[in-house]
Write a protein that binds this ligand. Structure first.
Ligand code: COA
Length: 326
């Protein structure tokens, strides 16, 4: 049976100019140490956006690179789906601002708010548009200036996050409906809103009228992440009818090295099959997976035909996974 698949045609990324090491945070007065941060999280540094670097500018740069690598112009794009928690404005959507910046005069664009799961959510939505024939070419972006949400007095959160953007061009192509097809094979989304208090921002347009800061119960998030991610990864493997041994690359959301390692061990994958960027990027929320995909595709690790598993969990809680044949 012929079906439509969303095939990856190009991938791009963008990082702010300034890299801030753990030691630089200490020098800026954060009561922490390089040793504590590395040991508990695997984070060695993060990129921090300057005032002129915003979610929209980073997303636009990543999108341009993805389009260039796909060999198409912005006018070929039918839909832009952008995962972000940190839009430039309360409205309009960052996606429509990226659409304008790219010079797109047609199609439609909107944001998705699922915090660190934002890219998986955005990918699932774009995949649905393409498989239903409602669009032929999609730009899926994860972009954040998450450091704007940080309380630099709160060492339990401010050391964990960074800024950046990644983008994927997807094109609808016919497939056979088997796991041998190139493209997005399966996507799985979940949320459980009862966990709002474990990870949230204490502000917003409808309450305080301020942007607010990230607040987190770290251990609760950690425990849920390990359990929920294990479940949603099994769900993806079962739905696609593939075994963990067939995975070429695990590209997890980059929040914490210990969560990433736990997932690699659960799947029985050797460390060299797990793409890890958390040491350099820290947790860039919705941007972390496309940043890691862009890096591993650009340096030749991820190649056409490879089976790539992505998974993420974030505030809400939200979580999800996808299997992509590159
Ligand atoms: N530097 C130094 N010490 C710190 C610190 C920091 N940045 N942050 C916390 N501490 C201290 C605490 O005050 C505590 O001290 P105490 O024992 O004297 O009270 C101690 O370190 C241990 O704190 P705890 O919260 O128990 O640490 P932890 O082992 O749970 O690690 C996290 C904390 C945040 C790294 C960990 O819980 C985690 O990664 N959780 C998941 C977070 C996540 O992934 N969030 C994003 C999801 S998208």
């Amino acid at each position: 049976m012929t079906i439509l698949r969303s095939v990856v045609a190009g991938v791009g990324s963008a990082l702010p100019r300034e890299r801030v090491s753990n030691d630089a945070l200490v020098a800026r007065g954060v009561d922490t140490s390089d040793e504590w941060i590395r040991q508990r999280t695997g984070i060695g540094g993060r990129y921090v956006a300057a005032p002129d670097e915003t979610t929209v500018t980073l997303a636009t740069a990543a999108a341009r690179q993805a389009l260039e690598r796909a060999g198409i112009g912005a006018d070929a794009v039918d839909v832009v789906v952008l995962g972000t928690t940190t839009p430039d404005d309360t409205f309009p959507a960052a996606a429509t601002q990226v659409q304008a910046a790219l010079g797109m005069r047609r199609g439609f664009a909107f944001d998705v708010q699922a915090v660190c799961s934002g890219f998986v959510y955005a990918l699932a939505m774009a995949d649905n548009f393409l498989r239903l024939g409602q669009a032929k070419t999609a730009l899926v972006i994860g972009a954040e200036t998450f450091t704007r949400l940080l309380d630099w007095e709160d060492r339990t959160t401010c050391v964990l996050f960074g800024d950046g953007a990644g983008a994927l061009v997807l094109r609808a192509e016919p497939g056979t409906g088997t796991a041998a097809d190139r493209g997005v094979l399966t996507t799985h989304l979940h949320s459980d809103g009862r966990h709002r208090d474990a990870l949230y921002v204490d502000g917003g347009p409808s309450t305080t009228g301020t942007v607010g800061h990230v607040r987190m119960k770290g251990q609760e998030v950690f425990r849920h992440a390990v359990n929920r991610l294990a479940e949603v990864v099994d769900e993806a493997l079962a739905a696609a009818g593939v075994s963990a041994a067939e995975i070429d690359w695990l590209v997890p959301h980059q929040a914490n090295r210990r969560i990433i390692d736990a997932m690699g061990r659960k799947l029985g994958l050797p460390p060299e099959k797990v793409v890890v960027t958390v040491e350099r990027h820290a947790n860039t929320s919705a941007a972390s997976i496309p940043l890691a995909l862009a890096e591993a595709a650009a340096d030749g690790r991820i190649r056409p035909g490879h089976l790539v598993l992505i998974e993420a969990m974030g505030g809400g809680f939200t979580w999800g996974s996808s299997l992509i044949r590159w």
